[in-house]
Structures are given as C-alpha cells and as structure tokens.
Design a protein around this ligand. Structure first.
Ligand code: ADP
Ligand code: MG
Length: 709
C-alpha cells in the first residue's frame, strides 16, 4: 500500500453511500484519509455516567443503544424517534423531533457519545429524564468504559463526517491503513530535530490514535508547522521564478510620475510617494512586479493605482483594475475619469451589467453607456488603455492588446483562482499590483503573502481626525439620532449599517428571539418616524445595478442624507462628506469588518463619528466591541479577532487555501516565523535539491492553481 492507493482498493466492500460520502469529503486515497484529521478528541474523563445527570444540565455521555422506536403523531404529523441507551450505571431515553433520519443512522447495539440537555417528562411510572435532539458520534463499543472498573480509556478521535460515514468508520479505516503503510518523512531531518517535531509516521499515529493529549497536540503542531512551511517554500519559490521571467519595460517613468502628480488634486503623502517609487522600481527592474500595497482604510491606495495605470497608458499599453463590487468599480471609474479628464486617456468600465466608456463622443466631459461588444472590441484593439471592472474582467471574452499591468483592489475578496485568471490575460506576464486594507494578523500576512513584495501606506492624508467611536446603550439611541439630525442640518451625511436585508419572518422566528435589524425595516422606521425631513436611501446586494448606481450617485451628490445599507458598502466606498457611521447589530460582525465600516467615514478634514449599537449585551460582546474604540489600526483588530473568536472568524479565510489546523497555527507567531526562516534558508542556500521528497511535494503543490500560473 502506498499513499496513492485508492481507498476502494483497500476497502473493497465500501457501500455506495460510503463511496459517495468519501467523495463529498474529497477523500479518495490512503493519503487523503490519513490527512483527514480529527477535529476534536473526546476525553472520557469529561463524560458523565447516566445515573449522575440531572435536569437542565448540558451533558455528554457514552452509551450503548438498546432500542429505537418511531412514532408519528397523527394530529401534527410530527415524526418522533426514541432511543434508549445504557451504560454501566443506568439507562436514559433520547428523543428526536422531526429528524427521524438522525436516529436511523444509529443502529441498535451501536455505541456513541451523546450530547444534549437533560429534561424531565411525565411517564407511566412518574417522571422520567430524557435528552431532546442530542447530537452524537458513533464510537467503538470496546471503548465505552465500564464505570465500575478503574480503567482510563484513551482519547477518542472525532472526525468531520457527512451522512453515510461515521467517525467510527474513519477511525477504524485509519488504523488499518496506518498498520500497513510505509510513510516517508519529507521534512529535512535538521528541521525535525531543531523544533522537536514528531516525524511524519509518528505524527500521523499521534494525531489519529493519541495516547495522551500531549501527543495529539505535538502532532498537530507538526502538521501546522508543515503546512505553513510548505506554503512559504512554495510562495518563495514562485517569487524566485518571477525574478527569472522578463517583464514589460517602460519609458519616461520619472517624467510621467511628475505629470501624474500634476493631475492629482492633493499633495501626495510621503507614503504614497514611496509606494509610487516602489512601483517605478519594479517597472524598471526588467521583471514582472508582484507587489502588495497595504494600507489602512482611507490611506489613499487608489491614487497609487492611478499613478501606475497612468504610466502604463502613456506608454501605449493597457492596465486593468479589478474591484470586488460593482459600487466600488464604478467609484474607481469615476475617480479615474476625474483625474484623467484632460490627459486624453480613454477609460472603460465593465461589470456584469454595465459597459461604459469615458469620454463620451457627445460630451467629452462625461462618460457614456456603450454596448459590451463595442467596449470589448476597443479594449482588444488597444484603444482603451485602462479598463476598470468587477470579476467580469476575468471572463474569457475579455482580451487585451498588450496588457502590461493587472491591479486588484481589496484582493482578500478574490480567490487565488480569480487572480491567476486575470494574470493569464497576456502571453507575457503582466506586472501585478494588489492592494488591501484587509486587516489580517501578521502571521497570516507572512504566510499568504510570502511571494509578494510589500509597500505600506502607513500615513493618512493630512488633517484627518481620529474617528470618535462610541458604543451606544439603548437608552441613548434617541440622543444619537438627535446628534445625527444636527450634523445633517449642517450639511453632513451618514450611513446606517444593518446585518440583514429583510426582516425575519416572524412565523419562522423560532429560537431567534433577539432582534436582528434589517435594512428594509430600519429604512422605513427612519423615514417615517425619525427623519421625515431628510431623504433616506437604501442599499443592498439585491437591488438592480441601475438602482445601486442611482442611489450611490444621489448619495455622493448629497441629495440622500442617510444611506441605510447592508455590508455591501463594507469596502472601498468613498464619500468624504459622510461623517457618521451607525452600525446596528454590531456584535454580528467581526472587528476587522467593523473597522472597514468605520473607514467609510473620516475621509475628510471634518470630525467623524462611529456609533455602535449592539443588539445583545454581554460582558463578552462589550469587551470585544470595546477593542474597536481602543485599537490603533485594523491590523491590531484582526489580531483581537483571532484571539477572541478564533481563526474561523477571519474575513475571507476560505480563499487562502489554509486548513483549519494551519489557521489555528496562525495564533502562534513564533512558529510562523520559524517556518518562514527555514523556508527562506532553503531557498537562499539553493538546497531544495538536497531533499528530493520535499521538492517533490513542492512540485505537486505548485501544480495546484495559484496566482502565478
Ligand atoms: P483607500 O486606501 O481606503 O483605498 P482611498 O484611495 O479611497 O483610500 O482614499 C481615501 C480618500 O482620501 C479619498 O477621498 C481620496 O480622494 C483622499 N486622498 C487620497 N490621497 C490623498 C492625499 N494625499 N491628500 C488628501 N486626500 C487624499
Ligand atoms: Mg480603496
């Protein structure tokens, strides 16, 4: 048996259901299964005996299933399943309402760990304890302890499963594979020794069949290290590859920079100038630029993008600029058209529903709608040197004459795949500039951006004041509204963010008693009851593009005073006259995301305010939101998020291609730095060739789609 052996060959009696379950989990080979790690270990010491549980208690118990019954109440057509389970100390009943299939997956005589809350009900012999809708994981009966004896059973791994596949099956299958397979270590021995990592075979045994919690965590540490190390090694290798590739060259960059600064309506910040110079250096390097422009919200990244696009356009080649939302793409289009209106540069805007061109033939000061096919033809001819848009830009239909620069704004919203498709638009590799305010923890940045050179905008445009941030208790809501009224009367504007579009259907409200504000309700309330005198706009993802465009225009023009919106305006939206940001249901958002919302105001010299309305108050919520009033930067907030809510809460995590174990590793800066150091050493010493298994691994990884292919 090798790691590549198909599971169907190892387990010849797989039922069709199991086959499809394995396929759903993308587990096809022995290796896939070995790398399907438990998400948790059950420690028998944490489990209760059945005769110890009491009413109202949330418990976890082991038990053997004695009997399963089904019932359908004829009045309500309610399906109910009952099970009785038993351990050495007693029996208890389990009841599942409306989910008989759950009980069906649990055969009689099987053993499982059940968790749920204990309740009491009337029965023939008085009152009887039961657990309603318990969750369970099937485990081997041999492990269910006999509580009268003093044995300490080992930790029980619990795996991510789907219907048709139990944790127990996985656990047995893994044991079988581990007993037959030969595992080769691919990490360099020096690294294993230096960081005291268990070597691969041992780590696999320890992660699946740990004798102690320490073994399990040592194994996880190894896999986390391995993942971060491989990712760094891969990215740095790719970075080296880029350095061997020829890049598009340009002329007159210094002169063009000065010209651009003449068009720019502000004094650039020092940080902006540095970033523009970094871009010029890359343009002159003879190799493709691969740069990340990182700067907190409002630091002026768009201007750097515009400078780069200007230099490319004036060299007779094309630049493209991709934004994550239509609103943002249009905003960039408008910024660019204003900047370049007298420079003779044509600009296109392409989204799934819009195709616009600047300037219009009829009125050279304005842009105009044209047909998509016409726009694409002009772009392909090289007649429109700057094309701005959403992910529509990466469709196959879009071709350029000579694409020299691909830029992506707020790139954390884009998958690696999408970036790679944008870069494939040209035969020669275009320069690549990506910009983000994504407050991500430093560990994550080090890992996922290892292939990028970084320019940092660490300075805000002059005259910006710190945004006053306040958590508003319910009784002060009206005060906040009155404050808003006075500011709007002075000519300023405001955003109100709500977590959802529609109010929740009250008939389906069920368990969710806590109110969750919706854009539609809030809009109606503000319009009819609070601010009758002002025009109030509404913005969310389900509006038609035309409606969005019209609303944004009216807001920018100052006609709409208050814009009630979902998180669609989270990134990038720039309306400097807006000075108040109100966030409803704030505890529903991550801190980094709240910081992005707040970044929609404070974009001029006026004092701005952010009012945070939680819909639930608890010490936990308060502590987290408080961080927002204190943190100095979005990056700090991302670290708080990582700390308070765990890696799962980081925005965009699905797109980074990091596993759960890898993400958890990001809490450990030392480890990430060590992995990075080792990866760098190997590249610098050109010693990858010394480790054939490791280079094999990197080659395999680089065949997976990454942005450089
Ligand atoms: P972000 O980095 O969040 O993308 P933007 O590029 O949207 O920031 O810029 C934020 C606001 O600051 C915009 O209104 C922009 O016109 C303005 N701005 C950019 N650079 C400067 C500058 N050097 N001086 C003054 N205002 C600037
Ligand atoms: Mg921006």
């Amino acid at each position: 048996m090798t790691p590549e052996t198909k599971l169907e060959e190892i387990f010849t009696k797989l039922a069709p259901k199991q086959k499809s379950a394995l396929k759903n989990l993308c587990i096809l080979t022995a290796e896939d299964l070995l790398w399907h790690f438990p998400f948790r270990y059950e420690n028998p010491a944490d489990l209760k005996r059945i005769n110890e549980v009491f009413e109202g208690e949330q418990v976890r118990i082991w038990g053997k299933v004695k009997k399963i019954d089904y019932e359908k109440t004829w009045k309500k057509k309610l399906n109910i399943a009952y099970a009785t389970i038993e351990d050495a100390t007693g029996r208890i009943k389990l009841v599942w309402f409306r989910q008989p299939y759950i009980a069906k997956m649990l055969p009689e005589s099987s053993c499982a760990i059940f968790s749920g809350r204990v309740a009491l009900r009337k029965s023939a012999n008085g009152r009887e304890k039961y657990i309603a809708n318990p969750l369970y994981d099937i485990v081997p009966c041999s492990l269910v302890p006999n509580f009268s004896a003093t044995i300490t059973p080992s930790l029980q791994p619990l795996y991510p499963t789907t219907a048709g596949l139990s944790s127990l099956w996985i656990s047995k299958a893994v044991s079988k594979i581990l007993s037959q397979i030969k595992i080769n270590e691919f990490l360099p021995k020096e690294i294993i020794d230096k960081y005291h990592l268990p070597e691969l075979g041992k780590a696999l045994r320890w992660v699946h069949i740990p004798k102690t919690a320490e073994h399990a965590s040592a194994a996880k540490k190894r896999f986390a290290f391995e993942e971060v190390f491989l990712m760094q090694l891969l990215r740095i290798t790719q970075k080296e590859e880029i350095k061997k590739t020829a890049g598009v060259g340009f002329k007159n960059l210094k002169k063009l920079k000065e010209e651009f600064l003449g068009l720019f309506n502000f004094q650039p910040t020092k940080a902006q100038l540095r970033a523009i110079d970094d871009v010029i250096k890359d343009f002159e390097s003879g190799h493709p630029m691969n740069r990340l422009l990182e700067g907190d919200v409002g630091s002026g990244k768009t201007a750097v993008a515009a400078a780069a696009a200007y230099m490319v356009a004036k060299n007779g080649m094309e630049a493209t600029y991709m934004a994550p939302t239509e609103i943002l793409a249009r905003q960039h289009f408008e910024t660019f058209t204003k900047l370049f209106k007298n420079s003779g540069i044509k600009i296109g805007l392409l989204t799934s529903s819009i195709s616009d061109k600047f300037p219009s033939k009829v009125n050279p000061a304005l842009s105009t709608h044209i047909s998509k096919s016409q726009l694409l033809r002009w772009v392909a001819n090289g007649e429109i040197p700057i094309l701005i848009g959403t992910h529509s830009l990466i469709e196959n239909k879009v071709a350029f004459k000579n694409l020299a620069l691909a830029m992506v704004d707020e790139q954390h919203r884009f998958g690696v795949m999408q970036r790679s498709r944008l870069l494939k638009k040209n035969k020669a590799l275009p320069h690549f500039l990506t910009m983000t305010a994504t407050p991500i923890p430093r560990t994550l940045a080090l890992t996922i951006y290892a292939d990028l050179d970084v320019s940092i905008l660490d300075e805000m445009p002059p005259g910006r004041k710190k945004i006053e941030t306040k958590i508003v208790p319910p009784k002060e809501r009206n005060l906040a509204y009155e404050f808003l009224r006075s500011k709007i009367s002075d000519g300023e504007q405001a955003f109100v963010i709500c977590p959802r579009i529609e109010p929740k259907d009250p008939s389906k409200a069920g368990w969710l008693k806590a109110e969750m504000k919706s854009v539609k309700e809030e809009h109606k309330k503000l319009k009819e009851k609070i601010f009758q005198e002002f025009e109030i706009g509404i913005m969310h993802g389900r509006l038609k593009p035309k409606e969005k465009e019209e609303t944004m225009r009216r807001f920018k023009d100052g006609k709409i005073k208050i814009l009630v919106s979902t998180s669609v305006i989270e990134v990038g939206v720039d309306v400097p006259n807006a000075t108040i940001m109100m966030i409803e249901g704030a505890e529903r958002f991550g801190l980094a995301q709240l910081h992005q919302f707040r970044g929609r105001v404070g974009r001029s010299e006026k004092q701005s305010y952010c009012f945070i309305f939680p819909s639930a108050y608890s010490a936990q919520v308060f502590k987290r939101l408080k961080a927002l009033t204190q943190a100095k930067s979005g990056f700090q907030l991302a670290e708080y998020d990582l700390e308070f809510r765990g890696a799962g809460e980081l925005t965009g995590r699905r797109q980074w291609g990091i596993s759960d174990i890898g993400m958890e590793a990001l809490r450990n800066l030392k480890m990430v730095e060590a992995a990075r150091l080792e990866a760098k050493n190997i590249i610098e010493e050109k010693s990858l060739g010394k480790y054939p298994l490791l280079s094999e691994k990197i080659k395999a990884l680089s065949r997976e789609p990454l942005h450089f292919e």
